[in-house]
Design a binder for this molecule. Structure first.
Ligand code: FAD
Length: 285
């Protein structure tokens, strides 16, 4: 298939966009274009591209009536970075957005495109997992809401059906309570992280009562460290509990690539956890 045979659509409603996706022609959505445009240039064979740029209702950050914070799929990283709706337990989302690349990319690339690309090393990957994000998928059949940890299945693979559009993500109403952090290691400032850790803590009477921890860049998807409950009851951090650090490393399935070996990635995890936990604790009100 040549570029000339790729059709280009500019729907003006969500229903128009999902209608195009439902027609069984294997069309793909175009968001910021940061990854799709170079892929097309490199000859990715596509029958049609659906630009989401003119579809209203897909962009922006808002607090919903039930307290959840919703981020439209077409919201660029720069807009998330500047929103004052991310604080306390969700401040990690803003930190991740501001760590991505540089201003040109942050103004162009979107949260929806990032989640659909399913790169386990993306800055949002661990941050959105730790924040407890839900993904809202729309098709002609209606909307389904999926936990982010169930949305990603492998590097570059998701459960998104061909007829579905990612319309928004939402953070739980109580996610803002507590403190959070997002920390990363990259070889060059502004480059994709080699590995990252995201931490969301809740405390009561000066002690941690719940913790959600996610690691990015160290497996086919970013992953939650379920043993984070080992932190419950802790008031200050002398050192990361050994069982927790061990569990975070054991759960990793990193690949070796030009940025670092699998062993190097495993080695980074305890230090990132330590840094992330200290920063989240320091954010305690
Ligand atoms: C030079 C450069 C540097 C970068 N550096 C970093 C970095 O340091 N850290 C980092 O985390 N990321 C980085 N990124 C990635 C960037 O943040 C985005 O993840 C990437 O550009 C994809 O988002 P997009 O909006 O451009 O999506 P697109 O390229 O438009 O689309 C990506 C994929 O998602 C699909 N898609 C998009 N939106 C939807 C939707 N709403 N519903 C269904 N499918 C959809 C498309 O069909 C396509 O398959 C970088 C990107 C570039 C180009």
């Amino acid at each position: 298939m040549t570029q000339a045979e790729t059709r280009f659509f500019t729907p003006h409603t969500i229903a128009e966009a999902t209608g195009l996706l439902a027609c069984g022609m294997h069309y793909r959505c175009l968001a910021g274009g940061g990854l799709l445009v170079p892929a097309l240039r490199d000859g990715l064979p596509l029958t049609g591209v659906i630009s989401l740029r003119r579809v209203p209702g897909l962009r922006g950050v808002e607090r919903l009536a039930d307290g959840r914070v919703s981020i439209g799929a077409m919201t660029p990283h720069a807009e998330v970075m500047c929103s004052d709706l991310f604080c306390g337990g969700t401040a990690l989302v803003r930190s991740a957005a501001s760590a991505i690349a540089h201003p040109v990319i942050r103004n162009m690339a979107t949260i929806g495109g990032t989640i659909c690309r399913a790169d386990p090393a993306a800055d949002y990957a661990s941050a959105l997992l730790a924040a407890g994000t839900a993904v809202h998928l729309r098709s002609d059949e209606g909307e389904r809401v999926v936990a982010l940890e169930d949305f990603w299945v492998a590097d570059g693979a998701t459960i998104l059906r061909e007829d579905e559009l990612l319309v928004a993500v939402s953070l739980p109403a109580d996610a803002g309570i507590g403190g959070s952090s997002y920390v990363r290691f990259s070889r060059v400032d502004g480059d994709y992280p080699v590995a990252s850790a995201a931490v969301r803590l809740r405390w009561q009477d000066g002690r941690i009562v719940s913790a959600r921890i996610a690691i990015g860049g160290c497996g086919p998807t970013a992953y939650l460290v379920e043993e984070a409950e080992a932190l419950n009851g802790i008031a200050t951090l002398d050192q990361v509990p050994e069982a927790l650090a061990r569990a975070a490393v054991e759960r990793a399935q990193p690949r070796s690539d030009i940025k670092g070996s699998a062993d190097f990635r495993r080695m980074l995890i305890p230090g990132l956890l330590d840094r992330g936990l200290r920063q989240a604790l320091a954010a305690a009100p």
